[in-house]
Write a protein that binds this ligand. Structure first.
Ligand code: ADP
Ligand code: MG
Length: 249
C-alpha cells in the first residue's frame, strides 16, 4: 500500500532523511519509534506531500507520490495532482489542527464537501464517523468546547472522512493530558482492528506492543531496525535501539 525507496530529504545542510526505505502492506499497522529529531515527522510529511523529497521514490497504492530515482529527472506533481492524492491519505497531527470556527461535524465534512460530494450523504457519513469515535452527542460543539482527547477524536473522524487508503498519525497523543490518552488509543485500536492501513509515530510502547504488526526504529534519518513488536521491543539487535528503549520503557 505504501512504498518508500531510498528517500532523502534535507533542510539546508541538515540531511534529515538519509535513504529511508519502507513498505507497508494493506491493512498493516506500522509503528515508527525514534528519538526527537530523528526525522519521524518529516517521513510522514513526505508521504502526504507536506514536504517534497530531494530524491527517492514514494508510492501509495501504486500511485506515484514522490519523485523518480537518483535526482536525475524529477517527476514534479502538479498542485492539482497533489491535492487529489492527498485526499487518499488521512493525517492526524499532534496538535489536532481542527478549524476553530467550525463545529465538530463541520470539521469532519469540510474536505468531502470541498471535493463536491453530495451534501446529504456527506453529512450522514460525518455523523456516522463522529458516532464511531464516540462523539455522536458533540456534533455541534466547537473545538474550544471539547477536551483534547475529544478534539483528537474529531480529528481522527475528519481524517477518515475522505475514505483514505492509509492514515498517518504523528504523535497523536503527545499533546494530551495523561488521563485522555486512553480514549484516543481506543479509537486507533478500533481502526486497526477493522483493517485500516496505518503508520503511527508514537512513544506509546504499550500501544505498539499490542496493536502494531511491525515496529520501525528510525534514528538520524535511517531505519536502524525493524521487525515484529516482540523482536524490536524485547530483543533489539542494535545498540541505538536498546539505548532509546531504555529511556522510554
Ligand atoms: P522528529 O519528528 O523525529 O522529532 P522531525 O522530522 O520533526 O523529527 O525533524 C527532524 C529534523 O529536521 C530536525 O532537526 C528539525 O529541526 C528539522 N526540520 C524539520 N522540519 C523542518 C523545516 N520545515 N525546516 C527546517 N528544518 C526542519
Ligand atoms: Mg515529530
Amino acid at each position: 500500500m505504501i512504498e518508500l525507496l531510498g528517500v532523502h530529504k534535507s533542510f539546508g545542510a541538515n540531511e534529515v532523511l538519509r535513504g529511508v526505505s519502507l513498505e507497508v502492506a494493506a491493512g498493516e499497522v506500522v509503528v515508527v519509534l525514534g528519538p526527537s529529531g530523528s526525522g519521524k515527522s518529516t517521513l510522514l510529511r513526505t508521504i502526504n506531500h507536506l514536504e517534497k523529497v530531494d530524491r527517492g521514490f514514494i508510492s501509495v497504492d501504486g500511485e506515484l507520490v514522490g519523485y523518480r530515482r537518483a535526482g536525475r529527472r524529477l517527476h514534479e506533481l502538479k498542485e492539482r495532482e497533489i491535492l487529489e492524492q492527498r485526499a487518499h491519505i488521512g493525517f492526524v497531527f499532534q496538535n489536532f489542527n481542527l478549524f476553530p470556527h467550525l463545529t465538530a461535524l463541520e470539521n469532519v465534512v469540510e474536505a468531502p464537501i470541498a471535493h463536491r460530494r453530495p451534501r446529504g450523504q456527506v453529512y450522514a457519513e460525518g455523523r456516522e464517523l463522529l458516532a464511531r469515535v464516540g462523539l455522536a452527542d458533540k456534533e455541534d460543539a466547537y473545538p474550544r468546547q471539547l477536551s483534547g482527547g475529544q478534539q483528537q477524536r474529531v480529528a481522527i473522524a475528519r481524517a477518515l472522512a475522505t475514505k483514505p487508503k492509509v492514515v498517518l498519525f504523528d504523535e497523536p497523543t503527545s499533546a494530551l493530558d495523561p488521563e485522555l490518552v486512553g480514549e484516543v488509543l481506543d479509537v486507533m485500536r478500533d481502526l486497526a482492528r477493522t483493517g485500516t492501513t496505518m503508520v503511527v509515530v508514537t512513544h506509546e510502547i504499550g500501544f505498539a506492543r499490542e496493536v502494531a504488526d511491525r515496529v520501525v526504529f528510525l534514528d538520524a534519518g535511517v531505519v536502524v531496525e525493524e521487525g515484529t513488536p516482540g523482536e524490536v521491543l524485547d530483543h533489539p539487535v542494535h545498540e541505538r535501539t536498546r539505548a532509546f528503549l531504555s529511556k522510554v520503557l
